[in-house]
Design a protein around this ligand. Structure first.
Ligand code: MN
Length: 224
């Protein structure tokens, strides 16, 4: 079971979050400011932090900064009072992983929490399981039905990215920015070549396929 620390000075908001989270199978802890939240973290195992910004004693930004400087990678979902671009930017700069705007939509909150926990687990394990296919980031190995395949690094990284975010479209530009040096003479064609190789290798995969999103880029789709 996952434990979520709710850091929120408004008791009603905190209570509401607590009810929704516990109804959906999460353990919860509560802290009413950043100082108390650091205490709670020192004494408990926490998988994710739901974090208010404006709080007495220590606000959400300062809390995040201290936590990240200590080396902690616990996922943080920041909850902002207003949809202010500067606030959101500041949140990401101090080290938050995602944000939501108040009033909090329950379903949205649960979906964002699920996504953050899933990504944290993938990052910690460096292993990704899609049906009967296992990707191991340390060895660039893909195993399907006991058959092992070691991929060239870039192909592996691209596939790992795609399968970490099923159904999300990546543009050629995004892929170039992430996987090729800025100064290398990469053309969009180079990305296509890598994708085509991946596609050819996994054309018979029972678990996923890589599809073209016309005019945009590529995505991986899981097969049920
Ligand atoms: Mn507040």
């Amino acid at each position: 079971m996952f434990t979520i620390l709710i850091v929120e000075d408004n008791a009603n908001t905190a209570r509401l979050m607590e009810v929704v989270l516990s109804q959906n199978g999460y353990e919860t802890l509560r802290a009413s400011d950043g100082v108390k939240a650091l205490d709670a973290l020192a004494q408990n195992h926490v998988d994710l932090i739901l974090l208010d910004i404006m709080m007495p004693n220590m606000d959400g930004y300062e809390f995040t900064k201290i936590l990240r400087e200590s080396g902690s990678q616990i996922p943080i979902l920041m909850v902002t009072a207003k949809d202010d671009k500067d606030d959101i930017r500041k949140g990401f700069l101090t080290g938050t992983d995602d944000y939501m705007v108040k009033p909090v939509d329950e379903i949205e909150m649960l979906l964002r929490i699920q996504a953050l926990l899933r990504r944290a687990k993938i990052a910690a394990d460096k292993k990704l399981v899609i049906g009967g296919t296992v990707l191991d980031y340390d060895s660039f190995t893909i195993t399907t039905n006991n058959e092992e395949l070691v991929l060239p690094k870039k192909e592996f990284q691209i596939l790992f990215k795609f399968l970490s975010y099923p159904n999300k479209t990546f543009t050629r530009h995004q892929l170039m920015d992430e996987f090729w040096d800025a100064d290398s003479q990469t053309e969009e064609r180079t990305v296509d070549v890598h994708i085509n190789r991946l596609r050819e290798r996994f054309k018979n995969s029972p678990d996923f396929e890589i599809v073209t999103v016309r005019g945009l880029g590529y995505k991986a789709v899981k097969k049920e």
